[in-house]
Design a protein around this ligand. Structure first.
Ligand code: NAD
Length: 480
């Protein structure tokens, strides 16, 4: 059985405790490797290494940092097949998705920030005949990056790339459920010549390793992506220590389909936004609101196409929906299906655990599930399920659609389907979400601000926002 290793001060290392956690392949329901069960001691070693590396990394010419990061991105491209296979085995997602989305995006994240740092300029405010102010920015120090299991290498690199490009040194903790690609990435860091201590990767649980990281007094900023409950806990620890915080949290995103939409496009992409990555994307549109006049037609076609999705072995290229990440998560999702029934929901398709023949017989599979007959206020429509489960509800007016969209404590993203230009903008401006897609979904431009309102988060990632987060502004005023 393979034991994964931490990456501290440029070396691969066993955890100080000598303890390991089992890592399960969710498509087989079987332990296939072990993860370091790291403690405070490992975090201390990692923070020490990051502190030692800070002065040379933060003062290295940006162009030099760019070269090293660019090399890392090239190595990800070189290892695309290997990394995609590893991601699929570790997470349960289809290898096809890992190959087309997760791993290419990890390389893009690094390339994007490697070059963005070169375009990150100081501002100047000139008050003629009186003074010149210029605002320069300095890397904030040693930062903590904590990422979730749903898009493992994609979100891991989305955090560490801007931190490293900005000149910070990093202690990162990937999810204990999906540690494999971060481990493989640590080997690529060595190959790319990333100086020792610049990036340290410490594996382990949230409660032990993650908590030790956020509590450490030398960690100046924390970039976190994960659940809203965890985000609250992290803020509770970090805020009184005056650490800078970026929180990317959960969502319960509305998908609004107006009768003047391009129907085929709306159906095809609503299937994508409902079931891609088993519905385990924070941006999935799990609440579909359809204008009454096309409701029956939409539901019929949506259910028909949902039934056509192939669920099963993630390593099979023709599979559309793979395994959920863990048995606990499968139980949680099935629990929400049971709740939906109790709340009066009608399951039009799916709703059951799926038994897959062969090597995946003990895997954590569930049928893509479509539910109707619920109102917007019930728990099924208020709480994040994070699985291949969607509800479809009718609306009569634009005002009603907006009210339904805004009716949860979350505000991450929303999708609108309409060919009416004025309506598209009007509705977009009234929805309380950080990200609005009109006639598209998950159409990403890395320059744009990314993040949520309300309980979906605090702060924005993406573009220059992330470089601002990982730097401190200093204004210098010169009297003329
Ligand atoms: P989670 O909150 O359980 O865990 C996320 C990470 O935090 C893991 O690495 C975990 O080990 C760590 N962690 C847990 N407790 C901690 C603590 N006390 N201190 C420090 N670290 C701790 O989330 P998850 O189940 O891995 O991911 C799913 C959630 O992430 C969903 O709610 C989803 O919506 C959200 N998510 C949000 C975005 C976004 O960009 N807004 C993107 C992806 C996922």
């Amino acid at each position: 059985m393979q034991n994964l290793l931490n990456y501290i001060n440029g070396k691969l290392a066993e955890p100080c405790s000598g303890q390991w956690l089992d890592n399960i392949n969710p498509a087989e329901g079987k332990i296939y490797c072990r993860v370091p069960d790291s403690t405070k001691e490992d975090i201390q070693l990692a923070v020490d290494a990051a502190q030692n590396a800070f002065s040379s990394w933060s003062t290295m010419p940006t162009e030099e940092r760019t070269k090293i990061l660019w090399k890392l991105a090239d190595l990800i491209d070189r290892d695309l097949e290997k990394l995609a296979l590893a991601e699929s085995i570790d997470n349960g997602k289809t290898v096809k998705l890992a190959k087309s989305l997760d791993i290419p995006r990890a390389a893009s994240n690094i390339r994007f920030y490697a070059t963005a740092a070169q375009h990150f300029a100081s501002e100047a405010h000139v008050n003629e005949n009186d003074s010149v102010n210029y605002t320069t920015r300095f890397p904030i120090g040693v930062v903590g990056c904590i990422s979730p299991w749903n898009l493992p290498l994609y979100l891991f690199t989305w955090k560490i790339a801007p931190a490293l490009a900005a000149g910070c040194t990093v202690v990162a903790k990937p999810s204990e459920l999906t540690p494999m690609t971060a481990f493989l990435f640590s080997q690529l860091c060595r190959e790319a010549g990333l100086p020792a201590g610049v990036l340290n990767i410490v594996h382990g649980t949230g409660a032990q390793t993650g908590q030790a990281l956020i509590e450490h007094p030398k960690i100046t900023a924390i970039s976190f992506t994960g659940g809203t409950v965890t985000g609250k806990k992290i803020a509770g620890t970090a805020a009184p220590m005056f650490k800078k915080l970026s929180l990317e949290l959960g969502g319960k995103n509305p998908n609004l389909v107006f009768s003047d939409c391009n129907f085929e496009d709306a159906i095809k992409n609503s299937i994508r936004s409902s079931f891609t990555n088993q519905g385990e994307i924070c941006l999935c549109g799990s609440r579909i609101f359809v204008e009454q006049t096309i409701f029956d037609r939409f539901v019929e076609e949506f259910v028909k196409q949902t039934k056509q999705l192939t669920v099963g072995d993630p390593l099979n290229e023709s599979t559309n929906v793979g395994a959920l990440v863990s048995e606990a998560h499968l139980k949680k999702v099935l629990g929400y299906v049971a709740l939906a029934k109790q709340e009066g929901g009608k399951i039009l398709t799916g709703g059951n655990q799926l038994e897959v023949a062969g090597r995946c017989a003990n895997g954590f599979f569930i049928e893509p599930t479509v539910i109707v007959g619920l109102d917007e206020k019930c728990r099924t429509n208020q709480e994040e399920i994070f699985g291949p489960v969607v509800t479809i509800m009718p609306f009569n007016t634009e005002e009603q659609a907006i009210a339904y969209a805004n009716s949860t404590p979350y505000g991450l993203s929303a999708t609108l389907w309409t060919e009416n230009l004025k309506r598209a903008h009007r509705v977009a401006h009234q929805i309380k979400s950080g990200i609005i897609w009109i006639n598209c979904w998950l159409h990403r431009d890395l320059r744009t601000p990314f993040g949520g309102m309300k309980q979906s988060g605090v702060g924005r990632e993406g573009g220059l926002e992330a470089l601002r987060f990982f730097t401190e502004a200093k204004n210098v005023c010169v009297k003329l």
